[in-house]
Design a protein around this ligand. Structure first.
Ligand code: FPP
Length: 227
């Protein structure tokens, strides 16, 4: 049973390059896949879907690409809102979203607010997200807010992460073949099963998702214990 699925949506650039398209067109095709995969995940009974849409490191990409991705956010929120309402998708975000341009932030806030009572699946977009940044942000909040910071436990610490109410991912899929975490959900992925697909993200479809979920179902999760 997968309650929470996390995905590194890699390979938009390579997908575009193979077709003689610009990287931006790859990102646009990638954004289009999000609805289908959210729908397919909901059909499989998955409650939370976290997608790595923009990392803290992605700010260092060429300005034109960053601008394109930032403009894609309000476009995505506006175009997909009717489907999200129809399909019971609750939108959330994790990351340093204060760093996003005002128009992207406003569109996200609006969509998050309008979808807050939807219950079928939570689509959690990681934006300006870094696993180390999340841990450092948690530490800084603890220093500000905890009365006895010397008494920190794992449970207390986890309450200061960006989405403390969302269970840790059971499965993390990375598309486009590379076997690395790239600073994604470093704390939360501690016991996740990993699945790497060779497909580029714009080609990752419901059938590919089912294949990953089937592979997950054959895994023996022991959480460090002996069965
Ligand atoms: C990695 O592929 C992908 C990204 C850095 C961006 C992911 C974003 C999307 C799928 C669109 C999300 C949009 C919204 C509005 C939520 P890459 O460009 O690094 O691919 P490459 O490794 O082949 O170059």
């Amino acid at each position: 049973m997968i309650r929470h699925l996390a995905i590194i949506m890699d390979g938009n650039g390579r997908w575009a390059q193979q077709r003689g398209l610009s990287r931006s067109e790859g990102h646009r095709a990638g954004a289009q896949r999000i609805s289908d995969i959210t729908e397919a995940a909901a059909q499989l009974g998955i409650e939370y879907l976290t997608l790595y849409a923009f990392s803290t490191e992605n700010w260092k990409r060429p300005i034109a690409e960053v601008t394109f991705l930032m403009n894609l956010i309000p476009e995505f929120c506006r175009n997909k809102l009717p489907d999200m309402m129809k399909n019971g998708v609750r939108l959330r975000t994790v990351g340093r979203t204060d760093d996003l341009p005002a128009a992207s932030k406003a569109a996200l806030l609006d969509a998050v607010e309008k979808t807050r009572d939807n219950r079928k699946i939570t689509l959690n977009l990681a934006l300006s997200y870094g696993g180390r940044a999340e841990i450092v942000d948690a530490v800084n909040r603890i220093l500000r807010e905890e009365k006895k910071p010397e008494k920190i436990t794992e449970e207390t610490f986890a309450r200061y992460l960006y989405a403390p109410d969302i269970p840790d991912p059971d499965l993390m899929i990375r598309t486009s073949g590379e076997m690395r975490l790239s600073n994604f959900l470093l704390w939360e992925l501690s016991y996740a099963e990993l699945f790497v697909s060779d497909l580029h993200w714009p080609d990752f479809d419901a059938a590919a998702l089912k294949e990953a979920v089937s592979a997950y179902e054959t895994r023996d999760r022991r959480f460090g214990k002996v069965k």
